[in-house]
Each structure stands twice: as structure tokens, then as C-alpha cells.
Ligand binder design. Structure first.
Ligand code: ADP
Ligand code: ADP
Ligand code: ZN
Length: 213
């Protein structure tokens, strides 16, 4: 099974992806996590990506696609992938669908998590992230069990540079202008399911399971 978990920044893609990948037996491919890992390791890609991320802009399509194509070609993706944070433009969606077709793999279905902007701002400004393993938390709704350390790997959890309110607003504007149109594009090419992304985290996982059944 190949799946795109789609939605605005803060919709809960990462939170839901980590729960679903294990039970579905598929690999998570999160472009934002890959960029942050590169940034942490001081690679050229990391430095390039940061210059866009910190302005609330998207990393250019050709750079993103090269990285995703490499990742999709790795053996652990053969059984299926859950894409989180990709595609973010219609061009990326076109590259992706063309690749799945060329490779003779099942086209991904898209599950779109819907959350209103005011809630997204509240979620992102309280988000804390483990820069070691990518796990996300929220100071009020979903804190790490031990306080400041990641439940999954024990590293410190921090606020991302781009999760400040001014940058969150820029990212939401970018989402509405460049990313939201991906849903309409996908409707013409594959399966799209819309899921209410508000409320209890477990209840949302159940809603996603229900549409996948
Ligand atoms: P969020 O979890 O808030 O949706 P991500 O971690 O997915 O954010 O992405 C962080 C930033 O990385 C984005 O704001 C963007 O600058 C860059 N980025 C991630 N994925 C993509 C992509 N598919 N295309 C272009 N830029 C991307
Ligand atoms: P995305 O990957 O779509 O950007 P995240 O999964 O990182 O989103 O979630 C954004 C923030 O909102 C995190 O702080 C997360 O803990 C919190 N969060 C996720 N799901 C919910 C929910 N259903 N209700 C409240 N907060 C949530
Ligand atoms: Zn961690």
C-alpha cells in the first residue's frame, strides 16, 4: 500500500504517520525530517533547505524530487510507503505519479487531514520536536512522558526554528497558495479521502483506519 498523508503544517501528519506505519508495515518518508537531518549533519542540502524553510518557502521542486526519488528507490520502500509532507506542489505530484506509473507500482491514495487555521497556529506554536528521531510533541496536548526528553529515543525535544508564530503564518500562506491545489489535481488521478483532523489523536487514527479499510 502506498499512501500520501496530506494536510497543512500542524495537521498531525507526523503524529498519525508514526502510528500508522508500524501497523501497516510500510516506511515513512517525511521530506521535512530529511531536510532537518541534513541540516543537523551540516550537509550542503541542509544549508540550502534551511534558507527556504526559515522564510516559510518551499524548497525547489527539482531538489525535493531528486531526494524523494532516491528514497523511494530504496529496498525498504518496496512494500509500500507513507509520504508525509510530500507532494507539496502540483509539479511534485506530477513527478510522483509519473514515477509510480513508470515503476509499475500501485499509485498512492491521498488522505487529507482537515484542520482550521486558528487551530494550526495553536498546535504549531506549542509543538516540540525531537531533532534526533523526528518525533513531535505538544507542550499541552501531547507532552513527552518524562518532560524534556523524547519518549522514543531520549534526546532533548526543542522548538523548531520555523515554528515561531510569524513563520507559521508565512508557512500557512504558502500552503494555501501552492500546496492546497494538490488535492484537486489528485482527484483527477487517484483516490482522495478527506478526514476530520480535529479532536482526540486516537480518534483521528481510527478515522484514517476506517477510510483505508
Ligand atoms: P510541517 O510538519 O510543519 O508540515 P515539514 O517538516 O513537513 O513541516 O516541512 C518543513 C519545511 O521543509 C517546509 O516548510 C518546507 O520549507 C520544507 N519542505 C518539506 N517538504 C517539502 C516539499 N515536499 N517541498 C518543498 N519544501 C518542503
Ligand atoms: P504535521 O506533521 O502535520 O506538521 P504534527 O504531527 O507535527 O503535524 O502535529 C503538530 C502539533 O500538533 C504537534 O505539537 C502535535 O503534538 C500536535 N497535535 C497533533 N495532533 C493533534 C490533535 N489531534 N490535537 C491536538 N494537538 C495535536
Ligand atoms: Zn526522539
Amino acid at each position: 500500500m502506498n499512501l500520501v498523508l496530506f494536510g497543512p503544517p500542524g495537521a498531525g501528519k507526523g503524529t498519525q504517520a508514526s502510528r500508522l506505519c508500524g501497523e501497516l508495515g510500510i516506511s515513512q518518508v517525511a521530506t521535512g525530517d530529511i531536510f532537518r537531518k541534513n541540516l543537523k549533519e551540516g550537509t550542503e542540502l541542509g544549508t540550502l533547505a534551511r534558507s527556504y524553510m526559515n522564510r516559510g518557502k518551499l524548497v525547489p521542486d527539482d531538489v525535493v524530487w531528486k531526494l524523494v526519488e532516491d528514497r523511494l528507490s530504496q529496498p525498504d520502500c518496496a512494500e509500500g510507503v507513507l509520504l508525509d509532507g510530500f507532494p507539496r506542489t502540483v509539479t511534485q505530484a506530477e513527478f510522483m505519479l509519473e514515477w509510480f506509473e513508470r515503476m509499475g507500482r500501485d499509485k498512492p491514495r491521498l488522505v487529507s487531514l482537515e484542520v482550521p487555521d486558528d487551530e494550526l497556529i495553536a498546535r504549531l506554536s506549542g509543538r516540540r520536536t525531537c531533532l534526533n528521531c523526528g518525533a513531535t510533541y505538544h507542550v499541552a496536548h501531547n507532552p513527552p512522558r518524562t518532560g524534556g526528553a523524547c519518549d522514543a529515543c531520549g534526546s532533548e525535544v526543542v522548538q523548531r526554528e520555523d515554528d515561531t508564530e510569524d513563520r507559521v503564518r508565512l508557512r500557512l500562506a504558502t500552503y494555501h497558495a501552492q500546496t492546497a491545489p494538490v488535492v484537486a489535481f489528485f482527484l483527477g488521478h487517484g483516490l482522495v479521502d478527506t478526514v476530520d483532523g480535529t479532536g482526540d489523536i486516537d480518534a483521528i487514527t481510527d478515522r484514517i483506519r476506517a477510510v483505508l479499510r
